[in-house]
Design a protein around this ligand. Structure first.
Ligand code: SF4
Length: 300
């Protein structure tokens, strides 16, 4: 497995609690990266020799501003391209946003800002717009992430009719629980492949505050605080992985069949079937289907 990107989940905590969140982030969700953890993950990413991009995300990474800034500086100093994903809550005005971003000017190569109705309207949209305007002013390239309402891609409505600039909701994490009842129902038998991730050669992984290396949110390949990332990559055998293997052989439908998971016949999408199967398999694969945060088990 050759990685070109490592995404650091600085924290599971967020100022918001969006219904479509993959990772169950909220103001009450614990799990925060330490300075030592941050330094270690960046060092291990550099050791790989193939990583070009380091992304900082969460949760909301700006809640940990000093840690985020340290990570951005260290990553840039090591020659990585740096990206950040944020909801822009910190940009009360564009001028305020500039103050937050100025220390990162010239170091950040992309700022992705979430801006859709799940993140709120009114003030939340203004903050997202202010964050983008501030980044523009400082020459930091931006993009927005917008997720459409479930009804947009429900059965009965033709695919490809998403509102301009919006992506379809994916029913993983909190979205599987909160939004799937609003999704159209599709037969399990049609979910014969993973629609979103290249599970054989992923190119990028997410590493969380506990060191878990996620190939998809909640599916771990190992822990960098126990095994170096370089070794996790070198020893990755997708066909032998208890969750990835079945999905590669036949999608979430095969995951459910091989592990004999109690199931329904219809789901909102492939990820919905996959997520529910993994919830049912957590006890059996307790070292792989981690951490509790990814499965909505909040310990406030
Ligand atoms: S099918 Fe499973 S592994 Fe693939 S993207 Fe969806 S949740 Fe992740």
């Amino acid at each position: 497995m050759r990685l070109t990107g490592v995404h650091l989940l600085l924290t599971y905590t967020c100022n918001l609690e969006c219904e479509h969140c993959f990772v169950w982030s909220s103001p009450w969700q614990p799990g925060t990266m330490t300075v030592d953890g941050l330094d270690e993950i960046i060092r291990q990413s550099a050791d790989l020799g193939s990583v070009e991009w380091l992304y900082f995300e969460g949760g909301e990474p700006f809640l940990l501003y000093p840690i985020l800034l340290r990570g951005v500086r260290e990553a840039a100093a090591r020659g990585f391209k740096v990206g950040i994903v944020s909801n822009g809550y910190w940009a009360t005005t564009a001028r305020d946003g500039i103050e937050w971003l100025r220390p990162m000017q010239g170091l950040v190569h992309h700022l992705s800002v979430s801006r859709d109705s799940y993140h709120g309207r009114g003030q939340f949209c203004e903050q997202a717009d202010n964050a983008c305007a501030a980044a523009d002013e400082l020459g930091i390239p931006t993009g927005t992430i917008a997720i459409a309402a479930p009804e947009t891609t429900s059965a009965g409505r033709a695919m490809g009719q998403l509102p301009n600039g919006e992506s379809a909701v994916v029913y993983r994490g909190r979205a599987a629980v909160k939004l799937s009842p609003r999704a159209g129902e599709r037969p399990l038998a049609t979910f014969t492949e993973c629609p979103c991730e290249d599970l054989r050669e992923p190119g990028r992984v997410h590493v969380d505050p506990f060191g878990n290396v996620h190939i998809c949110q909640g599916i771990s390949l190992g822990n960098v605080f126990e095994t170096p990332l370089a070794r996790i990559c070198a020893e990755y055998d997708p066909d032998a992985h208890p969750i990835v293997g079945p999905i590669l052989r036949g999608g979430p439908a095969e995951l459910i069949r091989e592990h004999d998971v109690p199931h329904r016949e219809f789901y909102g999408d492939a990820c919905h079937a996959c997520y529910e199967a993994r919830v049912a398999l957590r006890e059996r694969y307790s070292a792989v289907l981690v951490p509790d945060q990814m499965y909505g088990v909040v310990e406030a």
